[in-house]
Design a protein around this ligand. Sequence first.
Ligand code: ADP
Ligand code: MG
Length: 224
Amino acid sequence: FETEMARLAQLNLVGEMAAGIAHEIRNPMTTIRGFLQLFQENDRHMQKEYIPIMLEELDRANDIITEYLSLAKNKQSYQRPESINRIIESLLPLIQAEAVMSGKHVNGQFGYCPEIQLDDKEMRQLILNMCMNGLEAMSIGGTLSIETYQEPEHVVLLIADQGSGIKTEHLEKLGRPFFTTKDEGTGLGLAICYSIAARHHATIEVSSSPNGTTFFIRFPLHSK
Ligand code: ADP
Ligand code: MG
């Protein structure tokens, strides 16, 4: 449970990271803008003094962006035959605790699923991100359902909530980095889910109505 909490903290970190990046880049921009405004007002003698600072600030902003990109680029999947049910079951206490805290229920229904190629760490993140979204969508309580079952060519993971649903005009924006309708949202959760799914050759299907939203994640039984 403790390591799960650490994972959850890691998820929060993604949000903090995005906010942090915005802040770190806005600071040098503000500084540089201020100096440029001074120069425009023809304060020529100041230029020699302030241009090195401006260059330094630009380099710093550039470093932050490079770091962020390398973090995203190095994403490597370590997939091996795994039981998706085993992964979900180990996460369930954490999701349940999160739900109970805000007066919601979690319902798990796990059918027989053969082992498939999975990256354990990535799968945990995908499941947690989607479950957190589901719980957050249910402002007045309800049940979050997590199901698994087998189809002829796929293992299916279903995550359904009884929240207020996703507006039609928002459906196409799902998974776009920084798309969020929440005041404190990062808009990175689903983007991460979609990239994890892609690395697993999995598809994500969304079905939403004002009574709730269901995500179907389909993993190929025989991945190339
Ligand atoms: P965040 O949760 O930080 O807003 P996400 O990438 O996790 O970012 O989700 C992006 C947006 O997609 C959310 O702000 C919300 O509008 C919508 N969304 C995702 N999952 C659900 C859901 N289960 N029910 C309703 N809206 C959802
Ligand atoms: Mg989210």
